[in-house]
Design a protein around this ligand. Structure first.
Ligand code: HEC
Ligand code: HEC
Length: 239
């Protein structure tokens, strides 16, 4: 009897997992995930464009791009700004008046937009120490220095840091920074480097603490500021 029940519960678990997977590709599955109205979302996002740009491609590096982000992640963040579990004075004020329906519509709209590519980050004055010893201030050398930082970031993204036990980002955010839609892990590719640096620094300090299981805090707190910058530069160039 016990064995039979076990078999039954395993097959039930499998069946429900299959139906979730199946529903993922099915736009008519509102019982699993609210599906917003893209056209209504476009209208409702009018007040967002001043910071997040047309089609969610912000021109200001500290305002995140929202284009092509998974709608389930956007929905979660907007609710978090609204209920105060994620703190940002500008965003809390913007999210407060939104209804649940506004949030799903706006999120569906941004998820359906295409994210724009970034140009190579410009070497900042505090990157100077990372410059190879022989480098001068010639533009070509600066470009080499940026490429070296990006290569370091690429290694961290793919392999993590075994010594300091930083997990490889690729495991959750995907080989192309596309995130994981069923798991609602956010896409990162082509995001502004400055915003990524702020996000990781906020996870590290705990200023941003609404992340599930505190996953990103556990990872970011083991990262050095240099690693945060390198991986952010790398991700900003992913297409
Ligand atoms: C005055 C500027 C401003 C306006 C207007 C604004 N935002 Fe934001 N938004 C920000 C900033 C700044 C952040 C980053 C907050 C942080 O660093 O945690 C942000 C973050 C977000 C995020 C989280 C993105 C992520 O990758 O985690 C979402 C979603 C978002 N905004 C949606 C909206 C929507 C929808 C509107 C319109 C209803 C809107 N914003 C209007 C400035 C703005
Ligand atoms: C075990 C899974 C997992 C791993 C590994 C992981 N992340 Fe994340 N990451 C998440 C989840 C889940 C979120 C969403 C957190 C939230 O909802 O606030 C996230 C959010 C982020 C964000 C915020 C995105 C935004 O738009 O605001 C950044 C940046 C980020 N991760 C970078 C990284 C980097 C860099 C690494 C590797 C060093 C990494 N992550 C490794 C699961 C992971």
């Amino acid at each position: 009897m016990k064995k039979k029940l076990q078999v039954l519960s395993i097959s039930l678990a499998l069946a429900s997992a299959m139906s979730i997977l199946h529903a993922e590709g099915n736009a008519n599955a509102p019982y699993l995930r609210p599906v917003g109205n893209i056209n209504a979302g476009k209208q409702k996002s009018a007040s967002c464009t001043s910071c997040h740009g047309d089609n969610g491609n912000s021109m200001v590096a500290t305002f995140p791009k929202l284009a092509q982000q998974h709608s389930s992640y956007l929905v979660r963040q907007l609710h978090a700004f609204k209920d105060g579990s994620r703190n940002d004075p500008m965003m809390s004020a913007m999210a407060l008046p939104l209804t649940d329906e506004d949030i799903t519509d706006i999120s569906a709209y941004y998820a359906a937009q295409k994210i724009s590519e970034n140009t190579l980050p410009v070497l900042e004055s505090d990157d100077e120490d990372e410059k190879p010893a022989a480098a001068t201030d010639k533009p070509a050398d600066k470009k080499d220095a940026i490429q070296a930082i990006i290569a370091q970031g690429s290694d961290l993204y793919r392999n993590g840091n075994l010594k300091s036990e930083v997990s490889a980002c690729i495991a959750c955010h995907g080989p192309f920074g596309e995130g994981n839609k069923p798991a609602s892990f956010p896409a990162l590719k082509s995001q502004h480097a400055d915003y990524l640096i702020k996000a990781l620094t906020d996870f590290k300090s705990g200023a941003r603490s609404n992340n599930p299981e505190n996953i990103m805090h556990m990872i970011a707190k083991k990262m050095t500021d240099e690693e945060i910058k390198a991986v952010s530069y790398r991700i900003s160039m992913m297409k």
